[in-house]
Write a protein that binds this ligand. Sequence first.
Ligand code: BES
Ligand code: MN
Ligand code: ZN
Length: 454
Amino acid sequence: MVKLWQGESAQWRIELETGGEGTALSLHTGAQGRVLIVNLGGEPTAETARRAAAKAVKTLRGLEAASAVLDAAPVVKVLGPEGPAALAQGAELACYRQPSWKEEPDKPFAFYLAGAEGPEAETALREAQAVTRWVYFARDLVNCPANLLTPQDMAQRMAEAAGKLGVEAEILDETQTRALGMGAFHAVGDSAAHPPRLIVLRWRGGKEDTPPIALVGKGVCCDTGGYCLKTAAGLKGTRGDMAGGAAVCGALLALAENRVPVNAAAVIPAVENRLSRDSFLPGDVIRSMSGKTIQVNNTDAEGRLILADAVTYALQKEGASRVVDIATLTGACVAALGFTTAGLVTNDEGLFLALMNAAKRAGEQYWRLPDFPEYKQMIESPVADLCNQSSDGCGAITAGLFIGAFAGTTPWVHLDIAGTAWVDRPRWEYQVPGATGAGVTTLYQLCRGLADAP
Ligand code: BES
Ligand code: MN
Ligand code: ZN
C-alpha cells in the first residue's frame, strides 16, 4: 500500500513537450536517481490521474527502481482531495501481482505519495485505499484456478474476510438450498462432485428499517459448458466465471470497511458447471425457486439459471428493494462491446442513472442495451415459462432479460462483465494480465451514493 511521504516535496517546475496524454519521460538526476514526468493530458480527471500514476509505476518498475515518491501536488490543484486518492488507486492497481505458486517471490516496490497532506485528502485517500484492497481481494479470487477454489473454498474465503470486518456471512449448503426449492441453481450445481453453496453477506450500516439493496454475483468456479461442452479454447480461463461473485463480495466488504451508512446484501450462487453422471441435459424442464419453469436449451447458459434463483432469494429472503446482478454472462457481450465496456440491461431509469454516475466515479464503462418486447419473445418456450437460450440471437440482451424476468417490477440492473473481468492484455495502465476486479468500485460507489442521509 502507498505510504505518505514524510520528506520534503520537490521544488521545481519544468515545462516540456512529452508527447500525448499518458506518455512518460524519464530524466537522470545523477546520484539522486531519476525524475519521471507523466503527461496527464489536457483536462485531467480522476481517471487520467489513475492511468498516469499506473503508467509511472509500471515505467519505474521496468527501470528496476526499488522505490518511488509520487508528487500529488499538481493533481490536488486540479482535482482537489480526490486527486491523491486517484493517484494512489492507479499506482496500487498497477502494482498488483497475481497469486503465484512459484518458489521465487517478486521484488518488493516501495511507493510514497507526497503533496497530499490535509484531513480532506487523507480521508479520501483512506477510503480509496480500502476500496483498492478489495479490488485486490476480488482479483485474487478470480485468478485462483478452479482446482484450488471450489464453491466451498470460495464460501470459506469470503466468510473469513467478512468475519474480520464484522460482516454477517451465511453459507447455505446443498440441503438448505434444496429445501428452498432452488431448482435452477441445483440443475447446474449438482453437475459436479463439489457441491454448490449459496453465499450471503450482509452489511447493515444503514437505518434499521431500510430494506437492503441486493448485489447478486455469478459464482461459477469453472464452466465446462456441461453436456454442451466447450471447446479446448473455450475452456481456457473459465476459472474467471465467478468474477461477478468476487465483485459483489469485494464491494460489500469495502462498504463495511468504510462504514458506509447503507444496508446491502451480497448474494453469490457458487457452483461448478461440469459433467457428471447426473448432469442436467438440453431439453430438461426445471422449476425455479420463483415457481417459474425453465426449458434448458443449452447447458452452457448456466449463469442465468443460478442467477434467476439468487435474485428470487434476494427478493424473498433478504427483502431487497433494488437488485443489481453482475456476471461474466455471455460471449455475445464480448462480441458487441469488447474488453473495455460492460453491457447493461435494466428496468428502472433511476437505478440506471445512479449506476452510470457510480461508474463514472469508478472509471469504469458500461453501455445500456435495448429491452424491446421482441427480445423478450426470443426466450419464450412452448412448454415452459421461459427457455435459457434465445431462439433468435441477441445473446447479451436476452440473457439479461431472462434474469430480469425474475426481478419482476423491483428496480433492477444487470451488468455483463464477460469482456471486462479478465484481460490477457491490459487495456488500461492500471490493469495487469488476468483478473481486473471489474465491478467492485462501481458497485461500491453505487451503494455509497444510495446511502442514508446522516
Ligand atoms: N461464462 C460464459 C460466458 C463467457 C464467455 C464469459 C466468454 C467470458 C468469456 C457463459 O456461461 C456461457 O457459456 N455463455 C454462452 C451462452 C450461450 C450458450 C447461450 C455463450 O455466451 O456462448
Ligand atoms: Mn457457460
Ligand atoms: Zn458461464
